[in-house]
Design a protein around this ligand. Structure first.
Ligand code: NI
Length: 183
């Protein structure tokens, strides 16, 4: 396992618009391997390259707990959002310990390249759809907290988060979020 260090809330890389990948080189494939390892080690269901400090348009999704094969998408683009709006709690490896409701479309069509550079077109619903939307947001410098409607609760959560991040910087340790959506 070769995990990469995570970027956290407040770091510029999480607010940048990530650069497209022009060619799937050995270096890119290595980064993707490390992203899978990091995602698994941190018990996430998804991870975007900016979360490991790399401003490139790459995401991985790992819903292996639902018997789904983990996969990556390079230069993913959401072509369609449809179906009913659904509200669920989300969390993020880069925003540790914060879980808040976010409303998103239930269904999407997404296109991107796989590890071999082949075009993939995917219809996704529910958790996978939410995961992909959350990760693609990361590539555009957006975090799930940007979509939270309860701004008052968010403000107090962010305050608590600052303390948690200071602790992480100091000790390198943090509690593993369990169970819920973490991407
Ligand atoms: Ni996230």
């Amino acid at each position: 396992m070769a995990s990469l260090p995570l970027s956290y809330y407040g770091e510029d890389v999480l607010r940048a618009v990530a650069e497209p990948v022009r060619k799937v080189t050995a270096e890119i494939r290595k980064v993707i391997d490390q992203m899978f390892d990091t995602c698994a080690a941190e018990s996430g269901i998804g991870l975007a390259a900016p979360q490991v400090g790399l401003s490139r348009r790459i995401i991985v999704c790992d819903l292996s707990h639902l018997d789904m094969e983990p996969f990556c998408l390079i230069n993913p683009a959401i072509k369609r959002r449809y179906g009913p709006l659904e509200t669920e709690a989300e969390g993020c490896l880069s925003v540790p310990g914060v879980f808040m409701d976010v409303t998103r479309c239930r269904d999407i069509v997404v296109e991107g390249r796989d590890l071999k550079g082949r075009l993939m077109r995917l219809e996704a619903t529910e958790l996978l759809s939410r995961c992909i939307q959350h990760e693609v947001d990361h590539l555009d410098g957006r975090l799930f907290v940007d979509w939270v409607e309860d701004r008052e609760q968010l403000a107090s959560e962010i305050e608590a988060l600052q303390g948690r991040l200071a602790e992480i910087k100091l000790t390198g340790k943090r509690e593993m979020p369990q169970g819920a959506f973490v991407g």
